[in-house]
Ligand binder design. Sequence first.
Ligand code: HDL
Ligand code: ZN
Length: 445
Amino acid sequence: MDEINLTLENVESVVQHALLHQPITDMHTHLYPPTFGTPVPNRTGSTDAGGLMLWGIDQTLTYHYLVAEVFRVVPATQLSFETFWKMTVAQQADHIWKTLFVQRTPISEACRGVLTLLARLGLDPNEKSLDSYRRYFSQQDPDEYINRVMELAGVQSITMTNPVFDDNERQRWLNGAAASGDRRFQAVLRIDPILRDYPMAARRLHEWGYAVQPQPDARGIAEVQRFLRQWLDRQRAIYIAVSLPPDWTYPIRPDANGPADSAARAGETMLEQAVLPVCRERQVPLALMIGARLRVQPQLREAGNMVGRADVSAVVNLCLRHPENKFFITMLSRENQHELCVAGRKCGNLMIFGCWWFLNNPSLIDEITRMRLELLGTSFIPQHSDARVLDQLLYKWPHSRACLQRVLTDKYRDLLGTGLRLTQAQVQRDARLLLAENFQDFLSR
Ligand code: HDL
Ligand code: ZN
């Protein structure tokens, strides 16, 4: 086939085609296959109230981003948190649809996302009630619907988040229901408490039969290593992940000696002597997601978390002190993004990924992706969906793909302006790196 040369006239369509036809490996989501149970009734009507596979219009509308937004319009002084949380999911969804989509213009990114996904499914986003959407979803079978959504979104592989300290999740692994291995999904061992709240982690580990004391000792370190190996094997996990607060430092300040510092020091000991050695031994990356201050507004539950500017020097210290380890890093604060790009230029074992959470908006994806291409070339992972409800893949990826298309088109135009010749194959290679291979290669490096 004749090679297509890039020109100022065809560059946008070549980029659009390359991105649209590049299967995506989504490296961080909160999605699950049906083997983890689903609270949404399928055609047979079977439901599992604690099921982890969320899908359908009611779960989409009660996504915690929209819960936060609806309480801005109908504040808790009018509809109390307690009243809201006592409502059924369907009642919450009706309230959110009426408030944010009917009575107001659904102009926020989380609202626009719902409209995009409805349109991708061939449904009319102009309905005033949810009845017709609910009828559509009641006719879907969750397992087949996963295939449909992945095909429409262009996603070839979904990477889960599997928080082993969550009782519901852990029991589903221990009773074998989860371990059947759905080839569409890859597991990730999520261990926040070990680094974020070691006293709590130690209590739980002790309950589960690991000889772990409140303060780390040699036996406890060996036992945490055993715990990590067991769960990496049970989940066939492809990396280990932790979310950290904005004030996480590495190493801990030498003058730290308060009670909170003692927990932080225990977490640092476990990071250095249990987590990183097992990651090296198994050659799996450690993903750090830095900057989430949890439950700032606890009455909003999942919607109650806040962002804070973190210390990028902690990332540099970690990567330089542990050159044999591989680190996926994403940071939640917009203000951290430029420093993180510069850190990426210093540390070859640092793979920057995603426009995470409060950054997953077109204006910020555009700014951050331009910065990354200018400072890192194509050696980063531009996006992950972070989807919690399966249907969200139908908006998170199209919205991000559109941003990436605009930015790449501009950058290729700049390159053509130097007289460099570029071909469609090179654009397709870049799309493959950014949407799949950078992740896959870093795992196997
Ligand atoms: O800790 C995380 O993985 C975050 O992505 C949180 O789950 C957050 O609540 C979220 O859903 N962000 O999109
Ligand atoms: Zn997440």
